[in-house]
Write a protein that binds this ligand. Structure first.
Ligand code: ATP
Ligand code: MG
Length: 298
């Protein structure tokens, strides 16, 4: 059942929702999130946003109900394995990894327990929201285990006597520490990804997806880049260039009055650290500016 408008499923509320919305807005998609709506129509493009629980996004893509979705790889792979096990459609196209939602799926155990490797997990009960990913990891290593499925408060399971270990998402490790646990194994490193259903779309929709992807590339690249400007003594130009990150071919411009100095402009793929700015200053550079870039197209 295809509609004229491109349908994109994003998380309604949670860790991915704000960054998803910001990314789409930066790509020029105009929309207004009001109330508790399931579908939000973009004002300036034939795009509808579907606001759902993140658990539902992989299935909506795999069943071809929506065209695009943004989802954490952890959730995507878990649902994909689950569907494969049940013989349901589990195909999707990964269009690109995004620059947010980073975390790792890790097995954690009592912080005082001795740990020498995955064999120490033999026969243990592991509480998790990701039973399929745990099974794939443990089966590959040939380690026997059992699971305890929990959709929330996984980290309290060992203390509550429900399990010996847990497998849960970690970003800083603070939650583990607060619950007397330590990370034993990282089983998956995850980020948010943009996925597409494998249904064949009409040319217009496919062209719109390509456009969005080019814009996303520009937005993400711009976020990682800086525009750097400085004045430098002409006779130290080569030394100064060596300090500038990613400066293969900077623009060098004469100054109106002072012929002993030049202006250097460049787009850098990295930030300029304080330490480098201090070194530049020692070499005689001045008026050093590091500016954020909003958009980029190559
Ligand atoms: P929903 O109500 O939509 O089902 P949820 O509670 O399942 O939300 P969130 O906690 O909002 O999910 O996390 C969404 C995704 O954010 C995770 O699946 C993961 O990909 C990513 N993420 C990044 N860092 C973390 C973290 N520290 N803990 C949990 N998830 C994280
Ligand atoms: Mg969820």
């Amino acid at each position: 059942m295809q509609t004229q408008r491109l349908r994109i499923a994003i998380q309604k509320k949670g860790r991915l929702s704000k960054e998803c919305q910001t990314l789409l807005k930066r790509c020029g998609v105009k929309f207004n999130m009001v109330g508790e709506r399931l579908v939000v129509h973009a004002e300036n493009m034939p795009i509808d946003l579907l606001l759902v629980r993140d658990d539902d996004i992989p299935g909506l893509i795999m069943d071809g109900v929506v065209d695009l979705g943004v989802i954490g790889e952890n959730e995507l792979e878990e649902v994909s394995l689950e569907r494969q096990a049940r013989g349901e459609p589990s195909d999707y196209k990964k269009l690109r990894r995004l620059d947010f939602g980073g975390c790792r799926l890790s097995i954690a155990i009592d912080k005082d327990a001795e740990y020498n490797g995955p064999q120490d997990l033999n026969g243990k009960r592991i509480a998790t929201t990701y039973p399929q990913l745990v099974k794939r990891y443990m089966d590959d290593l040939g380690v026997k285990f059992s699971t305890c499925m929990l959709n929330g408060s996984v980290e309290v399971a060992p203390r509550a006597g429900l399990a010996d270990a847990i497998c849960d998402l970690v970003s800083t490790g603070a939650t583990l520490e607060a619950n007397g646990l330590k990370e034993a194994e990282v089983i998956l490193r995850s980020k948010a990804v943009l996925i597409q259903s494998t249904e064949t779309l009409d040319d217009e929709k496919q062209a719109l997806i390509e456009r969005l992807l080019t814009r996303m590339q520009g937005v993400i690249q711009a976020k990682e880049s800086k525009y750097i400007m400085l004045h430098a003594p002409t006779d130290r130009l080569e030394q100064i260039k060596l300090l500038l990150p990613g400066a293969e071919d900077p623009t060098v411009l004469p100054l109106a009055e002072d012929k002993s100095r030049v202006a250097i402009h460049l787009v850098s793929s990295e930030n300029l650290f304080w330490e480098t700015m201090e070194q530049l200053k020692e070499l005689g550079a001045s008026s050093i500016l590091v500016l954020p870039i909003e958009k980029m197209m190559e």
